[in-house]
Design a binder for this molecule. Structure first.
Ligand SMILES: Cc1cc2nc3c(=O)[nH]c(=O)nc-3n(C[C@H](O)[C@H](O)[C@H](O)COP(=O)(O)O)c2cc1C
Length: 355
C-alpha cells in the first residue's frame, strides 16, 4: 500500500449511521483523492435529507486529515460545486509539510467504537471536560450531569425508543441493519453490539423477522419494554454525562452538517484518547426536526401524542431556541470498550467503479 492507500485505509474507520459507510474513493491524481459521498435518505427514516450521512462525510474527512499527519502530509478538502446534488464530491489534496507533527488523535482512530452498554457513573473531571470542549470547537458543548439531569435525558430516550420501536418505517431500517449472527460486522451492526441481554436478543431476533410479529409483541406483550429498559433507560442513567454539541448557527445545509461531523469526530476521538466511551443518541434530534418542519415520518395512526411528547421533551431539555443548532447528542463515561463492534468494508471494495 502506498501512503494514500494507507491514509484511506485508516479514514474508512470513521463512524456512520448504522455503519452504512456512505462513501467511495477515487484517485484523481498522485496527490488528489475524490470522496464520493452518498446518503440513504431514500430508505432510512433517520437519514433526514441525507444530513446524518453528511455528518459521516465530515467524520471521514476529519479522520482522513488526521491519518495524513502520520505521513507528514497536510490534507485540505473542498466540496465541489455541482449541478446534480448526489453524490456529493469532496476534492482532497495532499501536500507535504515538514512542520507537521503526527496528530495525537491518530491512535484513537481504530479503537474508537460505540459503547451501547452501561458505563461508569464516575463524573467527568474538569480536565477531561476541558479537552472535550476544545475538541468540539467551534461547536459549544452542553453537559447533562448528575443523577437528575441524566434521568431527564434517559427518560427522553425511553419515550423516544417507544416511538422508534413502534413505527414500521423504523422497523424497516432496524431489520436490515442488525446482523444477529456475528460479533463483528463489516457492513452492519452486530446483534451483540446493540446492548441487550441474550434472552431479549433472542426475542428481538425472532420478532424482527416480520413487522406483524413486532406489532403483535408490542400490542399484547409490551414488546418495547425490555429493549427500551436495556437500550435506553438503564444506559441513559449508567454514564458520566450526556453531551449535546451546538453549532454556531442553526443547521441548514450540507456544509453545516459536514462541519457537525468534523466536530463530532474530534469530540469522539478525544473521548477515546481519554479512555472514555461514547454512544450517540441522535434519534430525538432527528424526530424533532421532522416535527419542527411539519413533515410526517410515519404512516402509523395514533402516534401523534407520543411524537408530541418526545419533541416537547427535547425542546425542554435543550431549549426551543437552541434545538435547531443541536448537531449531536450522546452519552459518555469511563469503562471498558465494547467487545462486539462494527468493523468496515475492505479498502478494495471502496474504490469508485468505473463504467
Ligand atoms: C451521524 C451518526 C448518527 C448515529 N446515531 C446513532 C444512534 O442514534 N445510536 C447509536 O447507538 N449509534 C449511533 N451512531 C453510531 C453508528 O451506529 C456507528 O458509528 C456505526 O455502527 C459504526 O460502528 P463503530 O462506531 O462502533 O465503528 C451514529 C453514528 C453517526 C455517524
Amino acid at each position: 500500500m502506498d501512503a494514500i492507500e494507507q491514509i484511506l485505509d485508516l479514514a474508512r474507520w470513521a463512524p456512520s449511521g448504522d455503519n452504512t459507510q456512505p462513501w467511495r474513493f477515487e484517485r484523481a491524481g498522485p496527490d488528489h483523492v475524490v470522496i464520493h459521498g452518498f446518503d440513504t435518505r431514500d430508505h432510512v427514516v433517520y437519514d433526514l435529507d441525507g444530513h446524518p450521512s453528511e455528518m459521516a462525510h465530515g467524520a471521514l474527512l476529519e479522520t482522513l486529515r488526521i491519518a495524513a499527519t502520520a505521513h507528514g502530509l497536510r490534507a485540505d478538502w473542498t466540496r465541489r460545486a455541482q449541478s446534480s446534488a448526489r453524490p456529493i464530491l469532496y476534492d482532497v489534496r495532499l501536500t507535504r509539510d515538514s512542520e507537521l507533527q503526527p496528530d495525537p488523535l491518530l491512535p484513537a482512530i481504530t479503537t474508537r467504537t460505540v459503547q451501547r452498554r452501561p458505563m461508569s457513573t464516575r463524573p467527568l473531571t474538569a480536565a477531561e471536560k476541558a479537552d472535550l470542549v476544545t475538541a468540539a470547537r467551534p461547536f459549544e458543548v452542553i453537559w447533562f450531569e448528575g443523577w437528575s439531569e441524566r434521568k431527564r435525558v434517559a427518560l427522553l430516550n425511553f419515550s423516544n425508543a417507544k416511538l422508534r420501536l413502534s413505527i414500521p418505517e423504523a422497523y424497516k431500517v432496524h431489520s436490515s441493519v442488525i446482523d444477529w449472527s456475528v460479533e463483528f460486522s463489516e457492513d452492519r451492526m452486530p446483534g451483540k453490539a446493540i446492548g441487550v441481554d441474550p434472552l431479549t436478543g433472542h426475542i428481538m431476533r425472532w420478532a424482527m423477522a416480520s413487522w406483524e410479529r413486532v406489532d403483535f409483541m408490542n400490542r399484547y406483550f409490551a414488546g418495547t419494554l425490555a429493549p427500551r429498559l436495556q437500550l435506553d433507560l438503564i444506559p441513559g442513567l449508567a454514564c458520566a454525562a450526556h453531551a449535546c454539541l451546538l453549532a454556531p448557527k442553526a443547521l441548514a445545509d450540507t456544509d453545516d452538517y459536514v462541519a457537525a461531523g468534523v466536530a463530532m469526530q474530534r469530540f469522539w476521538l478525544t473521548a477515546e484518547r481519554l479512555q472514555l466511551r461514547l454512544q450517540p443518541e441522535m434519534t430525538p434530534l432527528i424526530f424533532s426536526r421532522y416535527v419542527r418542519e411539519k413533515r410526517r415520518f410515519t404512516a402509523k395512526a395514533g402516534m401523534e401524542s407520543l411524537i408530541r411528547h418526545v419533541t416537547d421533551s427535547s425542546e425542554q431539555l435543550i431549549g426551543a431556541a437552541r434545538l435547531p443548532n443541536a448537531a449531536f447528542l450522546c452519552r459518555l463515561g469511563a469503562g471498558p470498550p465494547a467487545i462486539s463492534r462494527s468493523v468496515r468494508l475492505p479498502l478494495d471494495s471502496l474504490w469508485v467503479k468505473r463504467a
